[in-house]
Design a protein around this ligand. Sequence first.
Ligand SMILES: [Zn+2]
Ligand SMILES: [Zn+2]
Length: 398
Amino acid sequence: MANGTVQAVRPVSDPDRIGRIGPTEGRGLSPAGCGTSGGSLVVFVCAGCGATLSAPVERVVLPDHAHRQWGNGVLMPVLMEPGTYAVDPARWGPPWRPWDEVGEAGAAALGVFAPVYRVSLGAAGAVVLAPGDVRGTVLVPERCVGYCCGLDGSSGPNLACTRCGRMVGARIDDCSLWQSVRLEADAVRRVGGDSECPGWEEALAAARWEKAPGGPWPERPLELWNRAVAYEGVWEAAAGVALARLVAVAAGVRMVWEGPLSVLFSAAWEALFPVGASRLRVALAGPGVGEPDADVLVVPVHPRSGAVWRPSGSVPVVPLAAGAWAHLALPGGPELAVVSGRVPEEVLRGEVSVEMLSCRRSRPDREVFLDVLARLPQVREPGVRAVYDRVRGEWGLF
Ligand SMILES: [Zn+2]
Ligand SMILES: [Zn+2]
């Protein structure tokens, strides 16, 4: 949703000048995941012959870490929960073209507003499923491209409809990649209506991540260690998405983080904006928490519909993945929450329990941060673009 209504926060705070992020911008926020009452589950069928290509599935939001790769040689878990599907709102997959070849205007037309290594000219709207929920397809050996341990989907579809032979999607399971099947938007049809979404409180309670980020590094064989880090990366990806959105609305402004938000964002924010006079208060807001008096509110994304929770006032919001938001905001969460050895203790003191300092880092994911920020129209504003360029050019800034 490229529009001109979102403005960056100026160093001298004026809440009326803070823009708002629309609910449909960027990855993981596609709307309309839920249907009306009477809808049930959806089945995907081949657009060519009508053959069934999936088990009955229910729509959810695409996880923030869907495109993130980790480690080397590590067999990754399955991306999607059994019985669910997501629609990837971003263009992803081949053909890829170098930034220089596509050009700024060409990239913008494809939804990328800052330089990236390569731009996907692939179609948006792929249907993402767990491999176990796919039916009636066969791998096409000559289309099975990968590197060393499996298939990476880098040459496009590698799965054909068993009945009619039409290429319908790609199975992806090479090392470092979350296992999934991506059905091409124009190769399948959806049969049935999405079921009605549960209300906010029920949906958030169900989506709440039980495992806290941070914690001691697992003492495991290397391959399991890698995998444990990948799970940790789920938190880091969610924080990376939210950090990109925070930068889009408040680049250059110093922040006061309320409660557990500090451990997710304060170290990265201080690295990005070490000086400055003004201080904006950032707080969690949402169902069961209400609307604290703050300048920016971190609110949940509905895990089924993708809707962003809205406060009643005009305070700008930054969406956070439902599982992360619920863990931090709902009872039983904050005391277990993240811990970052990289957060200066004085920043944390008085805001979170000192016990939380004992565990290891948790940081926003740099790659996810850059990927999301490059797709936000606000990255064209000089202050935001400067942050993007700096993070891109400086490894390990946060
Ligand atoms: Zn491998
Ligand atoms: Zn078919």
